[in-house]
Design a binder for this molecule. Structure first.
Ligand code: ADP
Ligand code: MG
Length: 703
């Protein structure tokens, strides 16, 4: 029996002995590769091949079954055909094995029968206090020199380093290990998750959260198993160490491929991006970009600001770098007089000492070292990029070491290097310089620095827990119960907002013409008239909205015209809605919908007709902090409209954020609300005047 902590991932990542069940003598088979990789990587513990039909594999004694292995086993790697897996797992658990990696495929990713088998195995594993990675995975790896576990069938070994990597796709795992090896990036652990029947990405986040050696957590994901839990863990971990994600399924086509791939439907990409931003997770577009950023996170401090100084020995790449940085929202630093003087004192007269600093082609090791040092000392510089093209005077490695030495003097500012060297020397540069972030092209350096800056800002942002508003939940519950299922009637929908302290326009619901005229006279003019009913989804499209009716005559004409138009359109009006005409405010939209993978998501944006034309909206996943809500309101592309242009008073953005927070609370406490749309909400400079004039709510049946 193992003495490793029950339920922990240690038996999987730090086993002292490994059994390979389904080991094979047949070269090129997975059962052979697994044993071969364990041996080749010089696993620090004991290896037990298991196969009933042979005595020796890879010079190791082979056992007919797990039960016959005389010593305790911590980890079992299973590669038998699908139908043999349940019995093998039973044997392993009976032998007291606490860690399982099931490579075998044919489970939940294939059919219902496979899913059932997978669930049954998972239940048994958990019951026994063991943990399982897979099934349908590529294996796990621990590069720690004291463990040296390569329990994968990937041909590329991993060198020790600081990145913990988890991938949902096994095939991609091979490519990941290859790319990393080429870039000289090392790992703490690496895991291919497969179907995530037991161990999930969330478990690995928590494992690496408490692992000192893991500085950067990287993930390739196709879906979020439990987004709420992911958000909780990721927000907490991101405050300590960075999490980097390549989430595939960005396009609709990609999302479809992902769902047939691992049996998971991908969430709409914008929503996913918003969700990751909120969690402080850094998103990369490609595996290569992920490693560009990982390199910087591993080797650079986080920048305190966004002002960049560029140092170069060639003009062209510096211009490209400038464009890239500025395009990504970073700023070109302007240097202090002192910096300019210092640079002048040792650089040749032809050099340019403005930003970018062009030291011309003859720049030597000493000049790179000094210039880097002076730029880092300038209080107006947060980030330094050094570019070195085609070595004339020195080898690139010497230049790199010189820059690296200057950089260690300022552990508060990141320094990235772009080395435009020949293919041969580039390989050397990449693998030998471990303490500095090196890029081949300015754009990748700029992307990495921009992501570091965003992440740094996220970490520095205060985060207060979601506020709680004093609301009338009983009223909301009654309204939801009365609706049963489908769209709420208009009056109830407005009442839900009122119960939640969201201001709504003064209104009256009427059934008949005479009732309408009486109500209009009582309310006074100007008024807005709307026909409402289940079929009237976009009211203005069928002429069911008449605004700014200033007298009894205008109102009467509007009413009779509207009745005709609606009849002509072939829809039925259930009743009529009279509203006070509101003249003030910018139209904004609030939305709540249930995303298949992320659960409830909230939306805020420019409303009315703008939403159809510009689609300028932002998404968020509750719970939301006050700061997050404000960031969503202020993060619109057209945010300047809300700030007030040409002498307009600015809108009360704190209040707009508050409405979002109230909706977040509504969604958390009343999960039967599946859809809510306030479009438009009229945003004004004073909260006393802001209000909703149109709302729709859809309720889900009780489950
Ligand atoms: P729908 O979205 O179904 O077409 P709305 O009730 O949103 O109908 O009305 C359409 C547009 O009419 C709104 O975007 C807004 O510009 C205007 N409007 C609606 N109600 C009012 C009101 N009470 N005061 C001022 N303008 C209004
Ligand atoms: Mg509307």
């Amino acid at each position: 029996m193992s003495d490793l902590i029950e339920g922990s991932l240690d038996p999987i990542f730090k086993p002292r002995s490994v059994a390979v069940i389904g080991a094979s003598r047949r070269k090129n088979s997975i059962g052979y590769s697994l044993v071969h990789n364990l041996v080749q990587n010089e696993f620090a513990g004991t290896i037990f091949p298991v196969n009933p039909t042979t005595d020796v594999i890879h010079s190791l004694r082979c056992y007919p079954s797990v039960a016959e292995i005389p010593d305790p086993v911590d980890l079992a790697v299973v590669v038998v055909p699908r139908d043999a897996v349940p019995a093998v797992v039973d044997d392993c658990l009976a032998a007291g094995i606490k860690g399982l990696v099931v490579i075998s495929a044919g489970f939940g990713e294939v059919d219902d029968e496979g899913r059932e088998m997978e669930n049954a195995i998972r239940d048994k594993v958990r019951e026994a206090g063991a943990r399982m990675v897979g099934p349908n995975c590529m294996g796990v790896l621990n590069a720690d020199p004291d463990v040296r576990l390569n329990a994968t069938f990937a041909p590329t070994p991993a060198k020790p380093g600081t990145v913990g990597f988890v991938t949902q796709s096994g095939a991609l795992g091979v490519a990941i290990l290859n790319v990393a090896a080429g870039l000289g990036i090392g790992f703490t652990q690496f895991a291919s998750m497969g179907n995530k029947a037991d161990v999930s990405g969330n478990d690995l986040l928590e494992y690496w959260e408490s692992d000192e050696n893991t500085k950067v957590i990287a993930m390739y994901l196709e879906s979020f198993g439990n987004p709420k839990r992911f958000a909780q863990i990721a927000k907490r971990v991101s405050h300590e160490k960075p999490i980097l994600i390549v989430k595939s399924g960005r396009t609709e086509e990609g999302a479809r491929a992902a769902s047939s791939h691992t049996g998971a439907l991908a969430a709409a990409d914008v929503t996913v991006s918003a969700f990751l931003d909120q969690c402080g997770v850094i998103r990369a577009n490609t595996i290569e970009e992920l490693f560009d950023i990982a390199q910087a996170l591993d080797r650079c401090p986080l920048p305190k600001g966004n002002r960049v100084a560029i140092l170069t020995n060639a003009g062209g790449p510096a211009i490209m770098a400038t464009d890239a940085f500025v395009g990504l929202g970073l700023q070109m630093a302007s240097f202090s007089e002192e910096t300019v003087q210092s640079l002048r004192s040792f650089l040749p007269a032809e050099a340019s000492v403005a930003n970018p600093v062009d030291m011309i082609a003859a720049a030597n090791v000493d000049e790179y070292a000094k210039a880097t040092k002076h730029l880092l000392e300038d209080p107006g510089v947060d980030i330094v990029l050094a570019i070195h093209v085609a070595p004339l005077t020195s080898t690139p490695l010497e230049i790199l070491h010189a820059i690296g030495n200057s950089a260690t003097g300022r552990p508060d500012k990141p320094v990235a290097v772009v080395m435009m060297a020949s293919e041969d020397s580039y390989g050397d540069v990449r693998t030998q310089a471990e303490s500095i972030a090196i890029y081949r092209f300015p754009e990748s350096a700029a992307t990495a620095m921009a992501r570091l800056h965003e992440y740094s800002q996220w970490r520095d942002r205060p985060s207060t827990p979601a506020p709680e508003f004093d609301v009338d939940d009983d009223a909301v519950r009654t309204l939801i119960d009365a609706t049963c299922e489908g769209y709420m009637d208009v009056e109830s929908a407005f009442s839900v907002l009122e119960a939640y302290g969201i201001p709504v326009v003064e209104r009256r619901i009427v059934g008949s013409e005479s009732e309408a005229l009486r109500a209009a006279e009582e309310m006074g003019y100007p008024l807005v008239l709307k026909a409402v009913g289940p079929e009237l989804v976009h009211k203005s499209d069928v002429g069911a909205v008449a605004v700014d009716l200033r007298s009894m005559e205008e109102f009467y004409r509007a009413f009779t015209d509207m009745e005709k138009r609606i009849q002509a359109a072939g829809v039925r009006a259930e009743s009529f809605l009279l509203q006070r005409m509101v003249r003030k405010g910018h139209e904004v939209i609030y939305g709540l919908s249930v995303d298949q993978k992320l659960g409830t998501t909230l939306m805020f944006g420019l409303g009315g007709k703008y939403v159809e034309v510009f689609g300028d909206v932002r998404f968020a996943v509750p719970p939301l902090s006050k700061e997050e809500a404000l960031e969503i309101v202020e993060g619109l592309r057209g945010h300047r409209l809300l700030e007030g242009v040409r002498g307009e008073a600015p809108t009360d953005r704190e209040f707009l954020a508050e409405v979002l927070l109230r909706l977040a609370q509504l969604s958390e406490r009343h999960p039967r609300i599946a859809e809510l749309d306030i479009n438009p909400f009229l945003a004004t400079s004073s909260r006393a005047e802001a209000l909703a004039v149109d709302v729709r709510i859809r309720v889900e049946p009780v489950r």
